[in-house]
Design a protein around this ligand. Structure first.
Ligand SMILES: *Cc1c(COP(=O)(O)O)cnc(C)c1O
Length: 365
C-alpha cells in the first residue's frame, strides 16, 4: 500500500501489546533493542526509488558491494520523545537531515533530500509509535544510515546505495547512568586531520578511533579526548560527543566550546546548548582551547566544570582527565550545578515540559 510516498509492507507477525510492553518495561540500555520495522530507500540509475517500510531484519549484500571494501558509509542519530499529551516528537530532525546530506557530499555519495529524511522518520514513527518508551530518561533512538551497495571492485564512487532507518528504544547511554566520567587524553592517535573526514559522520571515523578507545578503557577511562592532528595541543572533542567548559565570568559564568575548525563533528546538541545557554544567561564563546588552558583553568579555579554533550547521552559531566604521567580532577569529580541545569533544561524541552522557543520539536504528523 502506498501512503505518504512510501510503500508500506508491514510485518505479518507483529508482536502483541503484551510482548512489546514486557520488552519496554525491562532495562533498555542503549542500542541493544530494535523495533519491528525499518525504512529503506534505494538509490540507482541516478535517483532515489520509492521508499519502503518493511519488517526489521537482516539485509543482503553482494560480497563485492563497495561499502565492504572502500567504506562509503555514513550515519546519523536523533531521538523521538513521548510528549505529555501522548503524541511523539523528534528533536531537530532537519538538522540531522542537513548534516546527513553534508556527510554524503564529503564521501561522494548522493544526497538524500532533507524532506525525505524527515518523512522517512515520520513514516517509521507512525508505525512504531507504541515502541517509543515513556519512562523517565527514555526515548526511541533513531539510526539512519547510507551504504554503497554497487557490486564493483573499481575504486570510485558507487552508483548504487541503500538508505536505511530503524529505531532503538533506549534508556541511559552509559550503563552507570549520569555520573561524571573519566577521560583519556589521547596523544598518540588522532581522530581527524585537516582536509580529512572529521566533519562527516562516517563509519570510518569510528573504525579508526577504536584502538584509542580500547586504550582509554585499559587506562580505566570510558572515552578518549581527541587533540588536533597538527600541533597535538588543541582540544577537539570526545569519542562521539562535543565538549563544553564552564568558566567563571565576572558575577556569572560562560560556556566555552572548541570552535569548529573543520576537523570537529558539529553536534546538534552542541549547537542547541549554545542557544539554550544564552537563553539561560550564560556567556557563550566558541574558541580554540588548549590542553594548557584546561590545566591552567583548573589550577587558578576559573574553570569550574567540564561536560560532554551528544544526542545519545545528552550531557555527561567530566569528572577526571587521565594522561601518561598524571591526572586532573574536575569539580571534585562531582556532577556540577551547571551541567545539571543545562541537562535538565534541554530534556524539559525535548520531553515537552517547557516551551520550545526555538522551534526544535517536530511533531510526528
Ligand atoms: C555524532 C557525534 C557527535 C555529537 O553530535 P550530536 O548531533 O550532538 O549527537 C560528536 N562527535 C562525534 C565524533 C560524533 O560522531
Amino acid at each position: 500500500m502506498l501512503a505518504d510516498g512510501f510503500d508500506l509492507k508491514p510485518s505479518k507477525t507483529p508482536k502483541s501489546a503484551n510482548e512489546r510492553e514486557a520488552i519496554l518495561k525491562g532495562s533498555l540500555g542503549f542500542g541493544r533493542l530494535f523495533t519491528e520495522h525499518m525504512v529503506t530507500i534505494r538509490y540507482a540509475n541516478g535517483g532515489w526509488k520509492t521508499g519502503e517500510l518493511v519488517p526489521y531484519g537482516p539485509i543482503t549484500l553482494d560480497p563485492a558491494a563497495s561499502v565492504l571494501h572502500y567504506g562509503q558509509a555514513i550515519f546519523e542519530g536523533f531521538k523521538a520523545y513521548r510528549q505529555p499529551d501522548g503524541s511523539i516528537a523528534t528533536f531537530r530532525p532537519e538538522a540531522n537531515g542537513k548534516r546527513f546530506a553534508a556527510s554524503a557530499r564529503r564521501l561522494a555519495m548522493p544526497e538524500l533530500p532533507v524532506e525525505l529524511f524527515v518523512a522517512a522518520s515520520d513514516v517509521l514513527l507512525r508505525h512504531e509509535a507504541e515502541w517509543v518508551p515513556s519512562g523517565a530518561g527514555e526515548s526511541l533512538y533513531l539510526r539512519p544510515l547510507m551504504i554503497a551497495t554497487e557490486a564493483a571492485l573499481g575504486v570510485k564512487p558507487a552508483r548504487e546505495y541503500s538508505f536505511l532507518l530503524f529505531g532503538s528504544p533506549s534508556g541511559d547511554y552509559f550503563p552507570q547512568g549520569v555520573k561524571p566520567i573519566s577521560l583519556w587524553l589521547c596523544t598518540d592517535y588522532v581522530r581527524a586531520a585537516p582536509g580529512g573526514t572529521g566533519e562527516a559522520k562516517c563509519a570510518g571515523n569510528y573504525a579508526a578511533s577504536l584502538v584509542a578507545q580500547q586504550k582509554a578503557i585499559d587506562e580505566g577511562c570510558v572515552q578518549v579526548i581527541w587533540l588536533d592532528a597538527v600541533e597535538r595541543k588543541w582540544i577537539e572533542e570526545m569519542g562521539g560527543m562535543n565538549l563544553f567548559f564552564v568558566y567563571k565570568d565576572g558575577a556569572g559564568h560562560k560556556l566555552v566550546t572548541p570552535q569548529l575548525t573543520g576537523t570537529l563533528l558539529a553536534g546538534v546538541t552542541r549547537d542547541s546548548l549554545l542557544k539554550l545557554g544564552a537563553d539561560l544567561g550564560y556567556g557563550i564563546e566558541e574558541r580554540m582551547i588548549s590542553v594548557q588552558d584546561w590545566e591552567q583553568g583548573l589550577k587558578d579555579g576559573s574553570l569550574v566544570e567540564v561536560f560532554a554533550c551528544g544526542t545519545a547521552a545528552v550531557i555527561t559531566p567530566v569528572g577526571e582527565v587521565k594522561f601518561d604521567g598524571g591526572k586532573w580532577a574536575i569539580n571534585g569529580g562531582e556532577f556540577g550545578p551547571h551541567a545539571r541545569k543545562l541537562r535538565e533544561s534541554l530534556l524539559a524541552i525535548q520531553y515537552g515540559q517547557s516551551p520550545d522557543q526555538h522551534g526544535w520539536m517536530h511533531r510526528v504528523p
